[in-house]
Design a protein around this ligand. Structure first.
Ligand code: AMP
Ligand code: GLY
Length: 427
């Protein structure tokens, strides 16, 4: 079978790597891909946002399955177009992807169907939002409704910070239309976890749990990023909690969408805040795999990913067994100096082969490209050094040992990835 993967980050490298082990797959295309993906797939020269050109490519090359990595094509309806033309594609339709593309849609759905989430109010008027924030006080959370590349969420610890956030979204219109509506949300405390599941709209199969590290610096300091590292499993997600999340969040969400006339197929990702009593609340939904959570999670997947993708497309997920390795995995993201602000590009990267040669290690590329034969940096998050081990400590040591072999000018990585999981295990 032939498969096309859309995207070019660490998540997509992990997807392509997993597909390259499939007994069904004999050709992988990727759009746009990166330097690491290019070793195992053919990177195609089609624009990622030109859905018609992608569809034409799929028809011309007889591609059997398309797997969409990022949220953008999903929220713009790539799945609707492909399905209309009878092409197999993994991901939710535009209507279903609103779960991620509109925070108001997602919160309203949760509220009307009793899915646990922080209390909130929606505003289109700056004055009304300001009044409400003054009445509620801080800490408080301000969110732009639409997609803002992870930058539209402000955790305000003072009322003044909350006002600034309202101004940035509603007056300066920093996120354009994505800020037409603003959510003002109660601030939740606890530990975060990423809970992802496969679903064909009828059955829902949980993946192993994971946790990412959003801030740029150690001890969760500095600006928010796309994710500076991740590990799986997240010890906070006990087997009991997994059951609760499935019964109170995941299944009710699929049912709630059904009740609104929307079938959700693909990957459902719930960002959870788990309080000190072990009660989960949904922070957000994503309609895709997490990045970098996918790197450790897919490293632990035993089942053929193509079998899962086919089962979802054909609505036969209940017929297959999804199996995981018990060994934990850890991913350390190496970023370019300056990220998440402006950063350098075009620096030569060395040591990837040496890192890959270590036991249990796989280096997933994100922002990399070729300059002649040399691999160079081309993005903010550059590599996801991922390792599996017999316990979290071994996985983590292997990943850090591998990261030390890699070098490029200005590189940065956090030194405390998975330390919380480690402390939990040893205390
Ligand atoms: P979101 O894109 O909605 O997940 O928000 C991004 C990040 O902001 C989350 O991963 C949390 O760290 C934080 N966050 C979002 N909503 C809340 C909330 N209601 N209370 C506390 N933290 C939040
Ligand atoms: N790592 C968080 C996300 O993929 O949204």
């Amino acid at each position: 079978m032939k498969v096309l993967v859309i995207g070019g980050g660490g998540r997509e490298h992990a997807i392509v790597w997993k597909l390259s082990q499939s007994k069904h797959v004999d050709k992988i295309y990727c759009c746009p891909g990166n330097a690491g993906i290019a070793e195992i797939a053919e990177c195609i020269d089609v624009r990622q946002d030109d859905f018609q050109a992608l569809l034409d490519f799929v028809k011309y090359e007889w591609v059997d399955m398309t797997i969409v990595g990022p949220e953008d094509p999903l929220s713009k309806g790539i799945v609707d177009l492909f399905e209309k033309e009878g092409r197999r594609i993994l991901g939710p339709t535009k209507a279903a992807a609103q779960l991620e593309s509109s925070k108001v849609f997602s919160k309203d759905l949760m509220r009307s169907h009793g899915i646990p989430t922080a209390d909130y109010k929606v505003f289109t008027s700056y004055l009304h939002a300001e009044e409400y924030v003054k009445m509620k006080g801080a800490p408080i959370v301000i969110k732009a409704d639409g997609l803002a590349a992870g930058k539209g969420v402000f955790i305000a610890s003072t009322v003044a910070e909350a006002m600034d956030a309202l101004k940035i979204i509603m007056k300066d219109r920093a996120f354009g239309e994505a800020g037409d509506r603003v959510l003002v949300e109660d601030c939740l405390q606890g530990e975060e976890a990423s809970f992802m599941a496969f679903t064909d709209g009828k059955s829902i199969v949980p993946m192993v749990s994971s946790q990412d590290h959003k801030r740029i610096f150690d001890d969760d300091k500095g600006l928010n990023t796309g994710g500076m590292g991740a590990y799986s499993p997240a010890p906070v997600v006990t087997p009991e909690l997994e059951k609760i999340v499935m019964e109170k969040v995941m299944k009710p969400t699929i049912r709630a969408l059904k009740a609104e006339g929307i079938t959700y197929k693909g990957i459902l990702y719930a960002g959870l805040m788990i309080d000190s009593n072990g009660t989960p609340n949904v922070l957000e939904f994503n309609c895709r795999l997490g990045d970098p959570e996918t790197q450790p999670v897919l490293s632990r997947l035993d089942t053929d990913l193509m079998d899962i993708a086919m089962a979802i497309a054909d609505e036969k997920l209940a017929d297959i067994e999804v199996a995981w390795k018990s060994d934990p995995a850890v991913c350390i993201v190496i970023s370019s100096g300056g990220y998440p602000g402006t950063y350098r590009k075009g620096d030569a990267i060395t040591g990837i082969a040496e890192a890959n040669a270590l036991e249990g290690v796989h280096v997933f590329h994100a922002g990399t490209s070729f300059r002649e034969d040399e691999v160079v940096t081309s993005g903010g998050r550059v590599l996801g050094v991922t390792a599996i081990g017999s316990d979290i400590a071994e996985a983590r040591n292997r990943a850090y040992e591998a990261a030390e072999k890699i070098h490029f000018e200005g590189m940065h990585y956090r030194k405390d990835i998975a330390s919380r999981a480690l402390n939990r295990q040893t205390t």
